[in-house]
Design a protein around this ligand. Sequence first.
Ligand code: FPP
Length: 255
Amino acid sequence: MVFNLKKNKTSEEIQLDPDKMPNHVAIIMDGNGRWAKKRHLPRIAGHKTGMDTVKTVTMAANDLGIKVLTLYAFSTENWKRPETEVNYLMSLPGTFFDKFVPELIEKNVKVNVMGYIDQLPNETKIAVRKAIEDTKNNTGMILNFALNYGGRAEIVTAMQEIAADATKGKIDVADITDKTIDQYLMTANLAPYNDPELLIRTSGEERISNFLLWQIAYSELVFTDTLWPDFSEDALKDAIFNYQKRDRRFGGIKE
Ligand code: FPP
């Protein structure tokens, strides 16, 4: 079976191979500020439209049968932004969940949040915990927000916990493998889909920005010039189409 997909501007048909769908797609949602600037709007207008794109792309990913969608919503470095912008970004999870949790429940989508949640403002923390609680019995796609997340900090925390458990005699240093590290990272509860097969970054920037450093060891990277607020269902399908054309060898050779 082949999905018949979009009619793009040139009316070309893109056909995705359902046997080669990525299980876990991660997205660095970049370009909200530039989208707003192009329209002579304040930056927060870009974030607001970006929030609606989160909904569109979540539903599209769910329809495509993706198991985990991880979205980089706020990094541990984003606190450096002006206070008004940080405050606005911190209000978005609450706005998003208030508006869309009923639909997420209807679609059997489960919300997960990874990051240093304890350091978030109280209202954000409450909104996040409520969304997780409200969707905890859902068994479909996991919508995983990276919120106050940083890849290096995540690895440091994991190393501290591994060292503490080794000191207590809970684990033997000689038994530490990459699987042990998987189990101590913030993606542990996404098992067996801890690592994204596909990482997308929007807005034309081609860097990782401290996102999922351990987990993307073998991910396929797709960079698109589209600014996040303009990203769409078709853009997601295009990125997956691109991914499906890649020859993934994991360090081996082609048979
Ligand atoms: C990067 O664009 C974007 C962010 C730091 C925030 C991303 C947040 C959203 C898309 C909305 C999140 C929604 C929920 C539900 C949590 P930028 O501001 O750096 O853009 P620029 O590089 O063009 O300035």
